[in-house]
Design a protein around this ligand. Structure first.
Ligand SMILES: Nc1ncnc2c1ncn2[C@@H]1O[C@H](COP(=O)(O)OP(=O)(O)OP(=O)(O)O)[C@@H](O)[C@H]1O
Length: 255
């Protein structure tokens, strides 16, 4: 299943947040959305997830999710959103309830996603026993458990320190390389965008409009930390964003 935004614009009261966004999210790709603070990135993600309707334009789901998809669209948030009283296994199990699966089928899915996210030996741990990076791996395992058509990821690594971020980027790359998934990945961090994105969408400051869509063809598994070509891409993105980010920053201060 692909997602398409067709002429999407949105206003909150007097505030125009998004203007005329046209964008395709092809299956099997990670599409990163970058742009200055307040330009409407999270709003765009909520629209893709059907949590909000745009003031004008359409959000289209093209095709049908593959067999085995329990939930076509699922979120991964910055703050992990785990239930503190449930173990790692229990947190993943939660999203498999009410789908008519028997206990054996649920156990198979949970074992599979815990293996894929390298959490098997932590299955019985509680969230409070885990580091931030491990908690986010649980949230990713939980998202994968429903075999979504598209994962909607809102700054998933931004609450983590830089070393943990690097490790989780490596994890996401190996997860995707073993079994490609589709994701829309909102981030402030251009290094993350050039490591993880097949496509990087640069939004202007509010009202967010698409300034440029950068396609990166280097396979994810070949994008190493500190790679010169990635650094150059990052510089290009920063060149596009720099003035807009400064203006958005000043605007927020004076509001
Ligand atoms: N429910 C709402 N009601 C009114 N205004 C809103 C609402 N949600 C967001 N906004 C405003 O819309 C604009 C875009 O917000 P949004 O969170 O989508 O931007 P963002 O690019 O994700 O920001 P950031 O990078 O700071 O996380 C902001 O000015 C915000 O204050």
């Amino acid at each position: 299943m692909d997602l398409r935004l067709a002429n999407v614009s949105h206003t909150y009261g007097e505030t125009e947040v998004l203007r005329d966004i046209n964008l395709d999210i092809p299956s099997g790709q990670i599409v990163c959305i970058v742009g200055p603070s307040g330009c409407g990135k999270s709003t765009l993600l909520r629209m893709l997830g059907g949590l909000e309707q745009p003031t004008s334009g359409e959000v289209l789901q093209l095709g049908t999710p593959l067999a085995g998809c329990l939930n076509p669209l699922t979120y991964v948030f910055q703050d992990f959103a785990l239930l503190p009283w449930r173990s790692v296994r229990g947190n993943v199990a939660l999203v498999l309830e009410d789908h008519g699966l028997d206990a054996a089928a649920r156990a198979r899915i949970i074992d599979d996603v815990l293996t894929r996210t390298k959490l098997t030996e932590f299955a019985d741990a509680l969230p409070k026993q885990l580091s931030g990076g491990m908690k986010q791996r649980v949230a990713i395992a939980r998202a994968l458990a429903v075999n979504p058509a598209v994962m909607l990821m809102d700054e998933p690594l931004s609450a983590l320190d830089s070393q943990t971020r690097e490790l989780l980027m490596d994890d996401l790359i190996s997860l995707w390389t073993r079994q490609p998934f589709t994701a829309v990945y909102v981030t402030h961090n251009l290094a993350e965008a050039v490591r993880l994105g097949h496509k990087i969408v640069v939004l202007s400051r509010r009202p967010g409009q698409i300034r440029e869509v950068v396609d990166l063809t280097t396979p994810l598994a070949e994008r190493a930390y500190g790679d010169a070509a990635l650094e150059a891409q990052q510089q290009h993105l920063w060149g596009l964003m720099r003035e807009e980010a400064a203006a958005a920053d000043a605007e927020l201060i004076h509001v």
